[in-house]
Design a protein around this ligand. Structure first.
Ligand code: GUN
Ligand code: FE
Length: 430
């Protein structure tokens, strides 16, 4: 029981009441980890079995669990590293840290922390880059299986321009990715993604190997990075002189399609954005990371509004990103759009964190809404979680204002509870 909020589609304005369901005194019935019924409390209660356990979350808001469409599992200890830009940050801090994941015990220890932090912040699904080491993917998926979460993950493929300890080869990158797919894809709620890190760290033969995997597994997600930083873009185009531009490199290897998640996409040309649109690939906006690394201001609203719209999603990009919280993430996304002269309204923000991200990764049949038949992954939000928030709530008088307050001042303290497949997780976290 609580206040229920679930989106049907992208809100077109703050007044677009038809884009979402809101129940002031709502009931949500969960059976076997799945949402069985939703509506006003009295109706759901009347139709429910008599012996159900009832949990009262009033006056808090119950939403579908947050989805983070781009995060780096081996970068939990990279967060807050002081670097001038992307390439310096990768070489100085990130690659050395990822080398440690050659130790299985280390990967297993960090995986426990990763899931604790995700769930503490109300994130129930994430698309994660593991390290180059197959054992890091094993640790990630084993932990996901334990928690019962729906996770996307991939062993990173990288065979050049990084320390020796972080390199695979075209052959081992292919073989180990295949092994991860066979071992983990479809096990529990796990999804395996083909994950060439980015064009700078893959030779053309390794990109061929990624292309072969993409052909052999047409339904899998693909993850990589695209157009994040000026220096990165110049160097990438030098490495692939035959390509028309950065986006064309991935297009040539058949890596752009639905369920291809391209991190950043900050500096795309119109031609590149057209290609993204035509192929159905997803531009993953990582606002805290883009600001932290000084990468640039991603034109999120412009991408959505184009004649040929680009599918967008939002993500933390930990450890380039600086918060696990999707609330903090959308606060920074809002500010980036402000600097670009665009408005991102709170309904759009909460749609993006939930159903928008679920649609972008093509999993809206299972997650991202409170629709009956979908998995009961939920977040319970407390807009009075801190003294400052409670004070501001005294003058808040609409749902949109409350959501905007949650986005502006909220973080893990605003997460009253997180449910994974109907199971309350907060008491299980360290
Ligand atoms: N490009 C290639 N690898 C990375 C990474 O780990 N983080 C970010 N932000 N960009 C990248
Ligand atoms: Fe990234």
């Amino acid at each position: 029981r609580g206040r229920l909020l679930s989106f049907h589609r992208m809100p077109e304005s703050l007044d677009d009441r038809a884009s979402y369901l809101y129940e002031e005194d709502g009931g949500l019935l969960i059976e076997n980890g799945v949402i069985a019924a939703i509506g006003d409390y009295a109706t759901v209660k009347a139709d429910a079995p008599e012996d159900i356990e009832e949990i009262d979350h009033r006056p808090n808001l119950i939403l579908p669990g947050f989805i983070d469409t781009h995060i780096h599992f081996p970068q939990m200890q990279v967060i807050g590293s002081y670097a001038a830009n992307l390439l310096e940050w990768l070489n100085t801090y990130t690659f050395p840290e990822e080398c440690k994941f050659v130790e299985t015990a280390h990967a297993e220890r960090i995986a426990v922390h990763l899931f604790d932090e995700l769930l503490r912040h109300g994130t129930t699904t994430a698309a994660a880059y593991c390290s180059v080491h197959k054992a890091s993917a094993d640790a990630f998926f084993a932990e996901s299986l334990k928690r019962g979460t729906l996770m996307i993950g991939g062993k990173v493929m990288m065979d050049r321009n990084a320390p020796q300890g972080l390199l695979d080869t075209p052959e081992t990158g292919y073989d180990e990715t295949r092994a991860v797919i066979e071992q983990w894809h479809g096990k529990g709620r796990n999804h395996v993604a083909i994950t060439p890190r980015f064009a700078i760290t893959s030779t053309p033969p390794q990109m061929e190997a990624a292309a072969a995997l993409a052909r052999e597994f047409p339904d899998l997600h693909i993850q990589t990075h695209l157009s994040e930083n000026g220096e990165e873009i110049r160097y990438t185009c030098e490495l692939y002189p035959e390509a028309a531009d950065y986006t064309d490199i991935y297009a040539r290897y058949g890596l752009l399609r639905e369920k291809a998640l391209l991190g950043h996409c900050i500096h795309l040309s119109e031609r590149e954005a057209d290609v993204m649109s035509e192929t159905g690939a997803v531009a993953v906006h990582c606002p805290t990371s883009n600001l932290f690394l000084g990468s640039g201001l991603m034109p999120l609203k412009k991408m959505i509004r184009r004649n040929k719209p680009v599918t967008v999603s939002v993500a933390t990009d930990i450890g380039g990103g600086s918060s696990y919280s999707m609330l903090r993430t959308m606060d920074e996304a809002y500010k980036i759009q402000q600097l670009l002269g665009e408005r991102l309204n709170p309904l759009e923000s909460f749609w993006l964190m939930t159903r928008g991200n679920a649609e972008a990764i093509r999993l809206a049949d299972s997650i991202g809404s409170l629709d009956p038949g979908t998995d009961a992954d939920l977040v319970v939000l407390d807009a009075r979680a801190t003294p400052a928030m409670a004070l501001k709530m005294e003058v808040v008088n609409s749902l949109a204002e409350e959501l905007f307050l949650l986005q502006t001042l909220g973080d893990d303290r605003s997460i009253a509870e997180t449910y994974v497949a109907g199971k309350a997780m907060k008491s299980t976290l360290r």
